[in-house]
Design a binder for this molecule. Structure first.
Ligand code: AMP
Length: 624
């Protein structure tokens, strides 16, 4: 599309949108710099709120302002719902805290119920998000004076496939052509690098600490020669400013109950007003050591006033702040980088302004490492705008030098004999990626092989998360170990996985695309799997020893059966009767192997010993 006014004959620019849980921000690449676009109220960020009224729909600031008046019909925080099931325990927890109504819709999808223009209406999270995206699009269009279509939209690093797809869908509903779904920490690192790095010849480790309203992401980004590579990510899709607000909120609800013997929990308007006061108190505690909260006529005509000190606030959130440092530690361990090797820590997200959080980070990394110059609220949209410009070919040479890569949160592979996970793409591999691993048959004359695809960190394949299966057929009959099958895992820039198996020589190919939204994991599940993998390391070792012992027996029995089948070689060495006895023994072992897929190590070893006792004399004779 051409743009008539400001940009005259140029193409309409692509925009970068940081679609936040609580606030959103839009930016554009213009005249060789990034412009963060102000909304109609002159603010650089816009509340991700939608309010439904008798007269119409409000989005952004006006919706936020309407929240206290009409809490039941004012929707916020839908980023917590997007791409999730109603039965998801996180959804159940969130619903308890929201004044608006969420019910189970078709296919177990959460539906938000509101009163709109006097009628009961249902909306999916994607629809609400699309309204916020549409608002951000309009803000950009008003500024640019032309229609905008192309956009890069950011999501937390741990958003799974279904959440990414749902966000993309929201963009489509909003009339946007979403050119890329980008991880928020990558965008922030890009913003920092673009601002600060003049000399790309020196590699730098940038640690991005993003604590927003509803999500927490940490990432280690390595910047070298204009390349930004995310080495590792960790985080929690359920940790942020709203959780800190909730702690203050519960503290004051209890205080109100103690003082007035009244519980305000059933009154959504009172809850909303108290929650807003708590959020304001939290913000002011970032600059003062004591704050007052006052809500006129909070409940049954009672005015509520109280104070909160920064020390008390820190105490109420102590475990949550500690969690932030735990994830920081986990991320560095994953990246195999020592904290002393971090050059800079970039603070992103409104909640990273909290003094206690900064203090803990200073204690962990050292004071001089914290970079506070970048605007916490704008960095993500800034980075998204740079990528948007690059993808739509509107950037300058400096932008075009920058290449972005993300990583896989879990290892991906297939199961092989003995329920062993054979990793094809290791955890934290940069994406997009394409990896090929070669496999073969376990039986003579096998004409097909079934591959089960898993993701996870356990040695035992079935303990990981099953993604799907595919069958490679059309193999020409051949002894086991001879056919050669190339299994290829390809992950595209949006994180979609395609698996294929090709028989070498014949070119026979089978394909599997992991598109089932149920197949991908929630971040909590990913964390749990990593945690379990650590816990069960000993169990995995045990399993590995069993599989190794069985494999040794299997290989030996197979080799010996091959030798015994060679009449010309064997008959001159042993009498016919002896040959039959050995063949029976081998056959017995093979039947036992068929029945015992993971036998105890001792059982495999003792069978191997028994078989060797009768076979070794022949092997010795053969050598002579
Ligand atoms: P974001 O999602 O990055 O827009 O962050 C929004 C969150 O940051 C909200 O929970 C805000 O309450 C919080 N926030 C913004 N400013 C401050 C501040 N000065 N101190 C503490 N929290 C803040």
């Amino acid at each position: 599309m051409t743009c008539q006014s400001k940009m005259s004959d140029k193409l309409a620019p692509a925009i970068g949108i940081d679609l936040g849980t609580t606030y959103s921000c839009v930016a554009v690449w213009e005249d060789d710099h990034v412009e963060i676009i102000t909304n109609d109220q002159g603010n650089l960020t816009t509340p991700s709120y939608v309010s439904f009224t008798e007269k119409g729909r409000l989005v952004g600031e006006s919706a936020f302002n309407n929240a206290a008046m009409d809490p039941i019909n004012t929707i916020y925080g839908v980023k917590r719902l997007i791409g999730r099931r109603f039965s998801d325990p996180n959804v159940k927890e969130d619903i308890k805290l929201w004044p608006f109504i969420v019910v189970a819709g078709a296919k177990n999808r959460p539906k938000i119920v509101v009163n709109y223009k006097g009628e009961k209406k249902n909306f999916l999270a994607e629809e609400i998000s699309s309204m916020v995206l549409m608002k951000m699009k309009q803000i950009a269009e008003t500024y640019l004076g032309c229609a905008v279509e192309d956009a890069v939209v950011t999501v937390p690093a741990y958003f799974n496939d279904s959440q990414r797809r749902a966000t993309k869908d929201a963009g489509v509903i909003a009339g946007l052509n979403v050119k890329r779904i980008m991880d928020e920490p990558t965008a922030a690192a890009l913003a920092y690098g673009f601002h600060k790095i003049k000399d790309y010849s020196k590699p730098q480790n940038v640690f991005v600490f993003d604590l927003g309203g509803g999500t927490f992401d940490v990432s280690l980004v390595n910047i070298y020669g204009g390349y930004f590579e995310v080495k590792a990510t960790a985080g929690d899709t359920h940790l942020g400013g709203e959780d800190f607000d909730n702690r203050i909120f519960n503290y004051f609800v209890d205080e109100f109950k103690r003082k007035y013997k009244k519980d305000i929990r059933g009154n959504s308007r009172a809850l909303r007003r108290l929650r807003s006061a708590c959020e304001r108190a939290k913000r002011s505690l970032s600059t003062t050591s004591m704050t007052t909260i006052h809500v006129d006529c909070l409940y049954e005509g009672i005015d509520f006033s109280s104070t909160l000190s920064r020390t008390r606030f820190d105490e109420l959130n102590k475990d949550l702040f500690a969690k932030c440092i735990e994830f920081t530690d986990q991320c560095l361990k994953d990246a195999k980088v020592n904290k002393n090797d971090i050059d800079i820590v970039v603070l992103v997200g409104g909640s990273s302004r909290i003094p206690k959080v900064q203090q803990l980070l200073e204690e962990y990394f050292g004071d001089e490492k914290l970079h506070r110059n970048i605007n916490q609220d704008e960095a993500v949209a800034y980075g998204a705008a740079i990528l948007a410009a690059q993808l739509s070919g509107q950037a300058n040479d400096m932008v075009n030098k920058v290449v972005l890569t993300d990583v896989t949160p879990l290892s991906l592979g297939v199961d092989i004999t003995g329920d062993v996970m054979s990793i094809v793409v290791a955890r934290n591999t940069s994406v997009p990626t394409k990896k090929v691993k070669n496999f073969t048959t376990i039986k003579d004359d096998q004409t097909s092989v079934t591959f089960n695809v898993y993701e996870g960190e356990r040695f035992q394949a079935s303990k990981n998360h099953f993604l799907g299966m595919f069958n490679v057929s059309g193999l020409s009959p051949a002894p086991r170990g001879v056919p050669s099958i190339d299994v290829c895992f390809e992950i595209d820039a949006d994180g979609i996985l395609n698996v294929s198996g090709t028989v070498r020589g014949s070119g026979q190919t089978s394909k599997l695309t992991i598109t089932n939204e149920e197949s991908w994991l929630r971040k909590e599940e990913i964390d749990k799997m990593i945690e379990e993998a650590e816990k069960y390391k000993a169990e995995d070792e045990k399993h590995k020893r069993k599989v190794d012992a069985r494999r040794e027996l299997d290989d030996y029995a197979y080799e010996m059966s091959k030798i015994m089948r060679n009449q010309e070689l064997i008959l001159p060495l042993i009498p016919e009767g002896e040959k039959q006895r050995i063949e029976d023994e081998i056959c017995e072992v093979m039947n036992w192997l068929d029945l015992n897929k993971v036998p105890p190590v001792e059982a495999s070893n003792s069978k191997l010993l028994g078989l060797k006792e009768i076979c070794e004399p022949i092997v010795a004779k053969m050598k002579n």
